[in-house]
Design a protein around this ligand. Structure first.
Ligand SMILES: [Zn+2]
Length: 459
């Protein structure tokens, strides 16, 4: 009796609350402003996944000024009343969602877009952002170079790792959201544009040229790269018909070819070792710029100095990343050893293949140190510290020594095959290694990836 009278009194309030939640809460809500990465929780955004970016920019190279738009095709993972993109600096001139003008706010690197009509769950939607400005590169702890869109003496390049792509286009900037790309850059004469994927268009506009580069295989935003300068091109046919396109900045006077002459053989060796080369083409962009190297998808970018110093070893490293990092991509920045440990170990595999001379003994002698720190738990202050490279590579050699060559190389191939195109965590690799070898490898991985002190060399 009492209950029912109470219910009668509150019924209209309950109904009103339910109606309200249908409009604002249950069906549509804001997408989150970060994906909760363990190292960098604010990177990326939640509530949707991007399938394709079309970045169309006019570039005034001398002023280092860009203007144009980025179109983003995305899929809503839930009903979205608003959603975020990442964009550093630059001035927005217009935003539309599904062709209708949208409102937006900016707070630091977060761009929050409120569509005029909320986006229903599971709907695909199109966002167009028009913008202009002079991009400012950003800095990352333990990185020797600024990241993002960089103007240098004889050109411009853009290299994204880990969060530099948002310096020149709005993006869901986290490796867990991979997408395909169309890059359309218009540059004044006499400049040319080198990019990733395939060059599908060159339009002569008189005093400027428009280059279209298509990256059809999905990639993480940190693997997007372009360079604007003037280039000599060398095309080589690689194994299984994979074309290798090397674009070398014209102002480099020293011969570059000797560092690249084994590229085709390397592709062949890694094909046999890791599985078929995963993309349409390979090659390199070599710049007369103060930069190290980045494994931008299909066409790594190098500063010439690193090639001069490290030679083809760095080419082997960036090529190996096409499997480890690019095709099979860490789900979070904490699992960077899955990139760098594998690419570093691949350098040793290549050197050992080329001239078998006990390279692995030298590797241990030259690189073992007790105090690298755990590669499975890099610190946000040194995400790309030596531990993910050197101790990461040692972890693989310790695994190889424990389970034997046959199980080790079958593990690498099975891991690539099973996770091709996707995102991975350390546990995914451990699971494949345990399955293939039939051994419990908990102790080995715990010691090598998480102990503070580097274990000693395996016998
Ligand atoms: Zn690397």
């Amino acid at each position: 009796m009492t209950l029912s009278r109470t219910f009668q009194r509150i019924a209209p309030i309950v109904a009103a609350l339910l109606a309200l939640s249908c409009v604002s809460g249950a069906r549509f809500s804001p997408g989150s402003s970060g994906v909760g990465d363990p190292l960098y929780p604010g990177l990326g955004n939640g509530g949707y996944e991007v399938s394709h970016y079309t970045v169309s920019l006019d570039v005034d190279v001398d002023r280092n000024f860009i203007s144009g738009s980025t179109g983003i095709q995305a899929n809503a993972k839930k009903g979205l009343s608003s959603f975020n993109l990442d964009l550093r600096g630059l001035t927005i001139t217009a935003i539309s969602v599904n062709g209708l003008p949208a409102t937006y706010t900016r707070d630091g690197n977060e761009l929050t877009i409120v569509p005029s009509r909320p986006v229903p769950a599971r709907a695909s939607f199109q966002v167009d952002v028009a913008y202009e400005g002079q991009p400012s590169p950003d800095h990352v702890p333990s990185f020797g170079f600024p990241v993002g869109w960089i103007k240098y003496r004889t050109g411009i390049y853009a290299a994204g790792e880990p969060w530099g792509s948002s310096t020149w286009y709005p993006v869901n900037e986290h490796p867990s959201d991979k997408a395909s790309y169309t890059l359309v850059l218009t540059v004044p004469e006499p400049y040319e544009v080198a990019g990733i994927g395939e060059l599908t268009g060159v339009i002569d506009n008189g005093d400027s040229t428009t280059y279209t580069w298509e990256a059809r295989d999905e990639l993480a935003s940190y693997l997007v790269g372009v360079a604007i300068s003037r280039f000599d091109e060398i095309v080589v046919e690689g194994p299984q018909g994979v074309p290798i396109l090397n674009m070398i900045q014209e102002t480099i006077e020293e011969p570059v070819e000797r560092h690249l002459e084994n590229t085709s053989k390397m592709v062949g060796f890694f094909n046999d070792t890791f599985g078929p080369y995963p993309f349409e083409s390979f090659g390199s962009i070599i710049l007369d710029a103060p930069f190290a190297a980045l494994e931008t998808q299909t066409r790594p970018i190098y500063g010439f100095d690193i090639l001069r110093l490290a030679g083809e070893r760095v080419v082997a490293h960036e090529l190996a990343h096409q499997w480890f990092g690019n095709l099979v991509t860490p789900a979070t920045w904490e699992d960077m050893w899955l990139n760098e440990g594998f690419a570093t170990y691949a350098e040793w595999l290549w050197l050992d293949y080329k001239s078998p001379n006990d390279e692995f003994a030298a590797f241990w002698e030259n690189t073992w140190r007790p105090d690298y720190g755990p590669p499975g738990k890099p610190s946000p202050e040194a995400p790309f510290g030596q531990t993910v490279y050197q101790r990461g590579a040692m972890t693989l050699h310790a695994l190889r020594t424990d389970i034997g060559d046959d199980a080790f190389f079958r593990t690498l191939r099975e891991y690539v095959l099973r996770h091709a195109g996707g995102n991975v965590s350390t546990s995914d690799f451990v699971a494949v290694a345990e399955e293939v070898s039939g051994k419990n490898l908990d102790g080995l991985f715990r010691a090598w990836l998480y102990d503070d002190v580097t274990p000693s060399a395996p016998e």
